[in-house]
Design a protein around this ligand. Sequence first.
Ligand SMILES: CC(C)(COP(=O)(O)OP(=O)(O)OC[C@H]1O[C@@H](n2cnc3c(N)ncnc32)[C@H](O)[C@@H]1OP(=O)(O)O)[C@@H](O)C(=O)NCCC(=O)NCCS
Length: 158
Amino acid sequence: MKYKIQKAKVEDVPHIYKLVNKFAKKNLMLPRVLNEIYEKILEFFVIKYKNKLIGCAALHITWTGKDQEVLAEIRSLAIEENYQNKGLGSSLVTKIEKEAKKLGVEKIFALTFTPEFFKKLKYEVVSRDTLPHKIWTECINCPFFMECKEVPVVKQLK
Ligand SMILES: CC(C)(COP(=O)(O)OP(=O)(O)OC[C@H]1O[C@@H](n2cnc3c(N)ncnc32)[C@H](O)[C@@H]1OP(=O)(O)O)[C@@H](O)C(=O)NCCC(=O)NCCS
């Protein structure tokens, strides 16, 4: 299957929005608002097949303070249903890891409802208190704040 992974463009935003929120409605991932996707478009990578957007993921850098590791988070990872289980999700994560390494990121993590997928990519499930407090600050805006079921998974890049 000939697909392309590339940096997202502004024209991709409505498609990313649709894809992410389709899965969010099924409680498989967190919802994102349109405005946020526009503002964070530089963080997004997309997969296209015959010019159609079939997957997306974002790389979000977090600086947690002097003398601490530079962390990055994989966010909003989604592959269209008809294209799942073909290795595309894995390829997108690998691309994000490469970009993170290029930027000097030492450790990458995700908060996920599908830890099994990440385990296959050598991520380790960790307890919440091993990640810095700062990464939880956005949780206050999350609809699942009071009953969060996301599992933190981590991979050391350096
Ligand atoms: C999770 C998701 C991104 C995986 O993408 P994908 O392209 O289907 O995954 P891949 O084909 O690269 O799968 C790699 C491996 O992970 C496994 N896997 C894929 N999705 C899985 C899931 N939801 N649960 C457990 N294992 C999964 C595959 O079976 C495959 O295993 P194998 O190597 O032994 O065959 C995709 O299913 C998806 O978009 N799901 C809906 C949204 C979602 O859950 N996003 C994740 C939020 S962090």
